[in-house]
Design a protein around this ligand. Structure first.
Ligand code: ATP
Length: 488
């Protein structure tokens, strides 16, 4: 069904959008009750959740089945709506899924619990609380999920993949496709960190430059990569047997769908997967048409969708600065740097040329600057990000190539030196959200400053404000006190 559904959706893509059938959660077949156990993270012994007593395995199994069945019911009752689109409001305290409060209660394998705690995670985020029960339910359920930047989506689907693999089977069981080389590497690192105490599970990168011997069959259970290489490994080189894949993740799913090349490759991979393969689509943004398309390609999806006004994070303060030229914008930038201490900043420019110019000017001012743009080799780009992540450079000047997903905790300021526009010169709201989401990661405070240098860019900023229904305040960068104030 998955295969037909996507193929059909592609064929019909040009046709008028029609309503999608109402959402269904599949019933749990009696014989298929295997779930992960709630176990003590240190000893690995099965325990009662309330008393911590060790119990016989079959009793524990029954309890697991009962809990799983209850979970399925909760999911059905609370997420299935008669309308086409169901929204799980992340802040809805009435949703019973919100009773899932700790990682223990998410019924993760003990090795994964250990990994999660070793990463310093104490509690799941909203998206993790909400999505994990759906992703770990038996039978596995498909999911299209939206959650704000930096709220832990990656960790959520990584945990789902690690939970689903059978380490005894030495072949790929989960495929995760990312739009860029850098993101694939970053997600792979999260898999490695979370799976640290689950060493039987192995990971391989399907990325350019990772050459394998012809005829070999992969033994790793998880493959993370970019769509082109992943497709080659599935079809041309047959390193992967797609029929054995149980989980297929599309990270930054909207861009995977909206970018023609990525879409073609992802569809060709997806066509090779078995019908019961779980499909998981994640992103912080889904433009309406892409959202509709996603629902057509994923059979019976669970849906977690944000309301428009929830898309921007309150922890990221947004401002704009009025200037007349790029030189004035540069001066404003210097004033900001003169007034506040910035741990690390990312500065987005529209073109490589501006990015190159700005990086040069900033270096001349004595800043440690890294420049990242699309014409660089992917390996070079990954190395630049790694240096920035390690704090070797404090400022990263870039184009849209870095707008999505890159997770550097220390980024406290994002500057839109040029506002994001699409090829027709209209505001690119999705890119705006992804760019400012490079700061304010996981509840941290962040500052986003937009440089406006013409009537046209003021118009674009106004449209962005309207789109998100969010006021962006003006900042006078000649007033050092004012800059200091906003930083505090
Ligand atoms: N439960 C948690 N507790 C503490 N930190 C967490 C938790 N989950 C994720 N994080 C951390 O929060 C940061 C952002 O998480 P992540 O990269 O998964 O977000 P995301 O939603 O995928 O972001 P984006 O939309 O930008 O791709 C990461 O540094 C991650 O390690």
């Amino acid at each position: 069904m998955a295969t037909d559904s996507w193929a059909q959706a592609v064929d019909e893509q040009e046709a008028a959008a029609e309503s999608i059938g109402s959402l269904q959660i599949r019933e749990k077949p009696e014989e298929n009750g295997t779930v992960s156990n709630a176990r003590d993270s240190n000893s690995g012994a099965a325990k009662s959740e309330t008393e911590g007593e060790t119990k016989p395995a079959d009793e524990d199994d029954n309890e697991d089945k009962a809990a799983q069945s209850l979970l399925n019911k909760l999911i059905r009752n609370n997420l299935v709506n008669t309308t086409n689109q169901v929204e799980v409001l992340q802040k809805d305290p009435n949703s019973p899924l919100y009773s899932v409060k700790s990682f223990e209660e998410l019924r993760l394998k003990p090795q994964l619990l250990q990994g999660v705690y070793a990463m310093g995670f104490n509690r799941p985020s909203k998206i993790q609380e909400t999505a994990l029960p759906m992703m770990l339910a038996e039978p596995p359920q498909n999911l299209i999920a939206q959650s704000q930047s930096g709220t832990g989506k990656t960790a959520a689907f990584v945990l789902a993949m690690l939970s689903h693999v059978d380490p005894n089977n030495k072949y790929p069981q989960c495929l995760c496709v990312s739009p860029t080389y850098e993101l694939a590497l970053q997600t792979g690192k999260v898999i490695e960190q979370m799976g640290k105490y689950y060493p039987e599970v192995k990971l391989v990168y399907a990325i350019r430059g990772n050459k394998l011997q012809r005829g070999m069959k992969l033994q790793e259970q998880i493959v993370i990569g970019t769509p082109g290489t992943m497709l080659d490994w599935c079809s041309k080189f047959k390193f992967i047997d797609p029929k054995k894949i149980r989980v297929f993740v599309l990270d930054e799913a909207d861009v995977m769908i909206a970018t023609q090349g990525h879409q073609d490759q992802s569809i060709r991979i997806q066509r090779m997967l078995p019908r019961n393969c779980q499909m998981l689509l994640f992103s912080a943004t889904f433009e309406e048409s892409v959202w509709n398309f996603a629902q057509r390609i994923v059979p019976d999806p669970n849906i977690i969708k944000l309301k428009r006004e929830e898309e921007t994070l309150d922890t990221i303060k947004q401002y704009f600065v009025l200037c007349n030229s790029k030189e004035e914008k540069f001066q404003a930038l210097c004033n900001i740097y003169g007034a506040i201490t910035i741990a690390q900043a990312m500065i987005f420019c529209h073109t490589r040329k501006t990015a190159g110019w700005l990086a040069g000017e900033l270096s001349r001012e004595g800043h440690q600057v890294a420049l990242l743009s699309g014409e660089m080799q992917v390996e070079q780009r990954a190395a630049v990000i790694e240096r920035f992540r390690d704090g070797k450079e404090k400022v990263l000047v870039t184009t849209n190539v870095c707008a999505r997903g890159i997770d550097v905790e220390q980024v406290s300021v994002v500057i839109n030196f040029d506002l994001p526009v699409d090829k027709d010169g209209n505001p690119d709201n999705e890119t705006y959200l992804h760019r400012i989401g490079r700061t304010g990661r996981f509840g941290k405070r962040g500052l986003a400053i937009n440089m406006v240098d013409s009537k046209m860019s003021m118009n674009i900023l106004n449209r962005i404000q309207e789109h998100f229904n969010k006021k962006i305040e003006r900042l006078d960068t000649d007033d050092l006190d004012e800059i200091e104030k906003i930083a505090n």
